[in-house]
Design a protein around this ligand. Structure first.
Ligand SMILES: [Zn+2]
Length: 295
């Protein structure tokens, strides 16, 4: 069973690989923030809350990834509650094939959709319609996905989803999934303004000192950018060849899912560098190569 950790009188979280937030609306009802990766984890959450005499009134999803919305279908069907999230993310939770297409770049091959990119389809409503208790705030955390959001509970706890990775993850995984690099960098800069507030990242320790971790994540993105440029200075490469070089240089160990996610993130880095005029491309023999832009 996962521990339910108390942060304030009304705000709790389940200490799981992807944390689930719990806010007590009153003595009987809670809203939860995200639903975990699967039916199995969702069942455990409902069981624990049930034993405490608590019912889920509604779900707020920070974004569409399977480890955050994988339990939506089970919880919605078991309790009759509704799930809410930002626009775009709502569509991706309902149609997880689209999410997988976004990362894979075509009709998604089932071999890479094992644990992730496989959210059970669940109708999810726009956050503007959510019956939020007074004092709840929703704020944008765009970059990791197109429209990821953060949630501040009325008693000032900030659930900040996947905007930061832990130092351990940055060291081990190195190239963590990001959809839009420049927007992610802007979001990380803004995140520093939450320093001193109680922040709950989904995959890192709860902290009141988020700026240190935000800075580590910025440093990581800039380091990947520098490594890409170092490799491309040697010769033009395709996105896949560049990804292989990066993985070798960083000494990564990957499965197919990891490789697809990293290739997608490397392509996002390439778009960012291209939009800044730092790199250029050439098409030769029906192959798309990336190279350093000429002065
Ligand atoms: Zn995510």
């Amino acid at each position: 069973m996962f521990d339910l950790i108390k942060l304030t009188d009304r705000t709790f979280y389940f200490d799981m690989p992807t944390k689930i937030g719990v806010y007590k609306i009153d003595d009987k009802r809670v809203f939860i923030i995200d639903t975990g990766i699967s039916e199995k984890s969702a069942k455990r959450v409902l069981k624990t809350l049930g034993e405490m005499g608590l019912e889920v009134d509604f779900i707020l999803n920070t974004h569409s990834h399977t480890d955050h919305a994988g339990g939506n279908k089970y919880i919605c069907e078991a309790t009759g509650c509704k799930a809410y999230t930002a626009e775009v993310e709502d569509v991706l939770i309902e149609f997880s094939d689209v999410e997988a297409t976004l990362v894979y770049g075509g009709f998604p091959c089932r071999d890479f959709r094992k644990k992730f990119m496989n959210t059970p389809s669940c109708k999810t409503y726009n956050i503007a319609e959510a019956p939020l208790p007074k004092g709840t705030e929703i704020f944008p955390l765009y970059g990791h996905t197109a429209h990821m959001i953060g949630i501040k509970t009325p008693d000032d706890v900030y659930f900040i989803a996947d905007v930061v990775n832990s130092k351990d993850t940055l060291d081990k995984v190195k190239i963590c999934y990001v959809y839009d690099i420049d927007t992610q960098l802007e979001t990380l800069e803004k995140l520093k303004e939450l320093d001193g507030k109680l922040c709950v990242p989904a995959h890192a320790e709860v902290t009141e000192n988020i700026s240190t971790l935000a800075e580590e994540n910025i440093k990581n993105l800039l380091e990947i950018r520098e490594e890409i440029l170092k490799i491309l200075r040697e010769k033009p490469l395709t996105a896949e060849e560049l990804t292989a070089n990066l993985c070798r240089n960083f000494g990564l160990k990957l499965d197919l899912m990891g490789l697809v996610m990293i290739t997608s993130t490397v392509k996002s880095h390439l778009s960012s560098l291209r939009h800044k005029g730092i790199i250029d491309w050439v098409m030769e023999d029906f192959t798309w190569y990336w190279k350093i832009a000429e002065e």
